[in-house]
Design a binder for this molecule. Structure first.
Ligand SMILES: O=C(O)C(=O)C[C@@H](O)[C@H](O)[C@H](O)COP(=O)(O)O
Length: 358
């Protein structure tokens, strides 16, 4: 098993590998013993498949379990309040411990609940998707607002991340596709050679467990280094938002959960690559096509429908459009793009995509 330290608000470890849950009874026993209540909040699909597996590692403690909707629809005020109601009804206190068991959306909403319940209780991230190699690390928590994605949230670091990669084998292809988007994002902002390796993948199902784990470890290392430098996103942390200005607009416009986050990020990265005049754009569109990302959506959605969401992006102020662009692979920067240029680039991308997928 691999482990990586994240030096944020408090230092914590990300443990990656099959058997990560063994650490409950070992390294994390004091944390669990100190809790007056331990509550697992699990995505309902993950609970169906893996809850018993998790509980088998927790037999030394009395565990409460709450299931919440699977996917992006969990990032709502309703689910947030349902979690608080459950914690109150179970007489939880500031000494209680939450375990967030699921993908990125579960980690985001449970993290937000942990940061607000009685003004903050400890929590551990137990990610179950590839996408969550990104979202479970770094302490961004959030729920969505109809006017924008992740608009209500906090920076709140977990006590640990136990990433049992054995659970990834049950992921459906759409979830793998979504997760690999954040992996390739980490490569774009950090490393040309790694990027070329990823761009050569034509079928994610052919990745061995070892290969996948290696990509996840690299992604987590890139993320951890950036978070350590800029936990609260005053500067370099914005680079982790590569592809996200357009992605969040697509998710908001289509309705949360109608497109997976990773699929939206792939479309967003293709747009950012065009704005960057990056030489890998054509190769990236081809990669997205063979790996079945929904490029066709850009042909169906007008720029004007996305514009209001992009203007509200968290990197922007005064309604300006801000994007993470690449001078070259591994050299991101944030830049303001005027509306005319943004529109022209969108039209150009749609036409370029049209030629590839027609
Ligand atoms: O950790 C970060 O910082 C990121 O931007 C990582 C993103 O991949 C992730 O989707 C994040 O939740 C987006 O945050 P937001 O602040 O743009 O809503």
């Amino acid at each position: 098993m691999k482990q990586l330290q994240v030096e944020a608000d408090h230092p914590y470890l990300v443990h990656i590998g099959a058997g990560a849950f063994d650490l409950f009874a070992d390294t994390y026993r004091p944390l669990l013993d100190a809790a007056d209540q331990i509550v697992v909040i699990a995505d309902e699909k993950v609970a169906e498949l893996h809850l018993q597996y998790l509980l088998n590692y927790l037999t030394d403690w009395d565990i409460r379990v709450l299931t919440i909707p699977a996917g992006e629809s969990a990032k709502s005020v309703e689910t947030f309040m349902a979690c608080h109601s459950f914690l109150l009804s179970e007489s939880c206190s500031r000494n209680s411990l939450l375990l967030a068991f699921g993908g990125g959306a579960t980690g985001d909403v449970v993290g937000f609940v942990a940061s607000t319940f009685m003004r903050g209780v400890p929590f551990i991230q137990l990610p179950t998707t590839i996408l969550a190699h990104d979202s479970a690390v770094g302490g961004k928590t959030a729920i969505n607002h109809e006017l924008g994605k992740n608009m209500i949230g906090t920076f709140y670091q977990p006590k640990a991340v136990l990433y049992d990669s054995g659970l990834l084998s049950t992921l459906p292809p759409g979830e793998v596709r979504s997760g690999m988007a954040e992996v390739i994002k980490h490569a774009f902002i950090s490393n040309e050679q790694w990027l070329s390796e990823l761009l050569a993948i034509e079928d994610f199902s052919l990745l061995t467990e070892d290969q996948l784990n290696r990509h996840l470890e690299k992604g987590i290392a890139v993320k951890a280094a950036i978070v350590e430098e800029d936990e609260f996103e005053g500067g370099v942390r914005k680079y982790l938002n590569f592809g996200h200005t357009l992605a969040h607009a697509l998710e908001g416009h289509l309705g949360y959960g109608k497109i997976t986050h990773g699929e939206a990020v792939v479309l967003g990265m293709s747009y950012a690559l065009l704005l960057s005049e990056h030489q890998k754009l054509a190769a990236f569109i081809q990669w997205a096509k063979v790996n079945n990302y929904p490029l066709y959506l850009l042909k169906k959605i007008q720029f004007e429908a996305l514009l209001p969401y992009m203007k509200k992006d968290k990197k922007s102020s005064k309604g300006e459009l801000n994007f993470v662009l690449l001078e070259q692979t591994g050299h991101p920067y944030v830049d303001k793009v005027d509306e005319q240029r943004a529109f022209a680039a969108y039209e150009k991308l749609v036409s370029q995509i049209g030629e590839v997928i027609s």
